[in-house]
Design a protein around this ligand. Structure first.
Ligand code: SF4
Length: 186
């Protein structure tokens, strides 16, 4: 059984993945998402990840909410839209912390639930994970969690459990972008 560290961005993206991996591996969920704004939203998203892990007896690491690190990592890219140049920096920050933690704590492999997101491209996220895996000497598990019916399975699990599903990606700019779109639609 591999000692597996799974970076988890939120419960809707993570629930089907955690369910799948929890019996196959010695699984630990890693919550490091300093991109999420505001703090109340961060705590709300985290609460449901904690709940899933407690319900299923899965280990969880609750890492820092370091908004300064996120702001520095994405500096100069504030006006980018979701899917633009800011997002790979945001992925890298979160995956780098995951890879470093995996190395320091003797994990065999690490991964992220980020590829579950409908607007998150595996071909952008996976190369970042592979590069950081090589840097820290821990294998990165390359996959696209959107495949093989996991999105639908996750959607049903979230509905059945009354889990909160956010309507914006996470950062202050993605929140503003959604608000602008909503205004345009009025
Ligand atoms: S839109 Fe999402 S992925 Fe992109 S920078 Fe903001 S929080 Fe990160």
């Amino acid at each position: 059984m591999l000692k597996f560290l799974l970076h988890t961005c939120c419960a809707p993206c993570g629930i089907a993945v955690i369910d799948e991996l929890k019996t196959r591996h010695d699984l630990t969920v890693f919550f490091y998402n300093p991109n999420i704004y505001p703090e109340g939203e961060y705590l709300k998203r985290k609460k449901y990840v904690v709940q899933i892990c407690e319900d299923w007896g899965v280990k969880m690491v609750d890492f820092d909410y370091d908004q300064t690190a996120w702001s520095e990592a994405t500096k100069g890219l504030e006006s980018e839209l979701e899917g633009g140049a800011r997002c790979p920096k945001c992925f890298r920050l979160r995956l780098e912390m995951t890879a470093r933690y995996a190395k320091e704590n003797n994990f065999d492999i690490f991964c992220t639930t980020l590829t579950s997101g409908r607007n998150k491209k595996a071909e952008v996220i996976n190369p970042v994970g592979v590069e950081l895996g090589a840097k820290y000497g821990v294998k990165f598990f390359e996959t696209d969690w959107k495949k093989d019916g996991r999105q639908e399975k996750g959607r049903i699990m979230v509905e059945e459990r009354g889990i909160y599903r956010q309507n914006y990606c996470g950062c202050v700019y993605s929140k503003a972008y959604d608000a602008d779109k909503a205004r345009e639609a009025l």
